[in-house]
Design a protein around this ligand. Sequence first.
Ligand code: NCN
Ligand code: DMD
Length: 335
Amino acid sequence: MAAFSTLSDFAALVAAGPNADASARADAEARNGQLTKPPGALGRLEDLAIWYASWRGTDRPTLDAPQIVIFAGNHGVCAQSVSAFPPEVTAQMVANFEHGGAAINQLAKAFGARMDVHALALDRPTADFTKAPAMSEAECVAALAKGWDAVDTSADLLVTGEMGIGNTTAAAALGAALFGGAGADWVGRGTGVDDAGLATKARVVDAGLALHQHRAPLEVLRCLGGRELAAMVGAIARARAERIPVILDGFICTAAAAVLEKLHTGALDHCVAGHLSAEGAHGKLLEGIGKAPLLSLGLRLGEGSGAATAIGILKAAVACHSGTATFTEAGVSDG
Ligand SMILES: O=C(O)c1ccc[n+]([C@@H]2O[C@H](COP(=O)([O-])O)[C@@H](O)[C@H]2O)c1
Ligand SMILES: Cc1cc2nc[nH]c2cc1C
């Protein structure tokens, strides 16, 4: 059971989160320097492996038990025609996840990940944020707790994904509220809205910003976010508490993660950015949290798909770091 029952309890837990293991990091750096390759020849894979080792607390980690968790939520703001798809697609896609038919199921299988799906009160969409706060404090805390409790504490990597028709509008509102700017700076085509839909999204975000001004990060999440975004916030925070590294997914996942970084600087030190989404403002969100994406493949699916694809990159980094022989072991002359 989650160890918080208010937003301020949750904020205190985030502030008390552990840091990476400095001595494991130093040992991993030393090991990296002894491996049979020219210094730096594995580029970013070397940094990734050292980062992963520092969070796993060992200089020679393995990556055997990744967990993908998908949270689904529905959004009252869909009443304003902000998506190319109707809200019932959220529940239909949850059924697809449960039957193994979605893209993320194939990626989970391909990378040997456990996958869990949590549908959050789909029959009770959040309130339309242009009219009222999206969630009450109790609703927001319940969604954070759902995410907190969804993390498998024996996993050695977490990917958080989402499904929620309308949630690129909520994520754009979060981006604008956390980092500044107007709706037009943060909205994109999501599932594929046309120019009129894009203009509607900008107007809707501006209306939400006007109604919910000057909010602290968790209030931004409560007033403009959604249940699946709050659940991702809870899961990412729990992963840190358990020293489980996280690969962040696309626009919506990164908007949720940004709430944590704004709440407590460094709260995302256990996270890497899996990919750069085709959703226009994702790059700005990544800049805001100070992370460079591992992949840029033009994905805009969500479901954790970009992050899941990046599991392969992280597995490559860890395998090279932990399996490669040292110069001494292999009898190779050290330059
Ligand atoms: O992850 C992304 O960057 C991303 C970009 C565009 C759309 N999506 C997915 O599309 C849905 C939201 O799009 P929309 O147009 O309904 O706001 C939601 O289920 C997301 O998972 C996801
Ligand atoms: C079909 C479909 C699948 C999705 N997966 C994540 N978001 C989605 C949105 C739609 C519309």
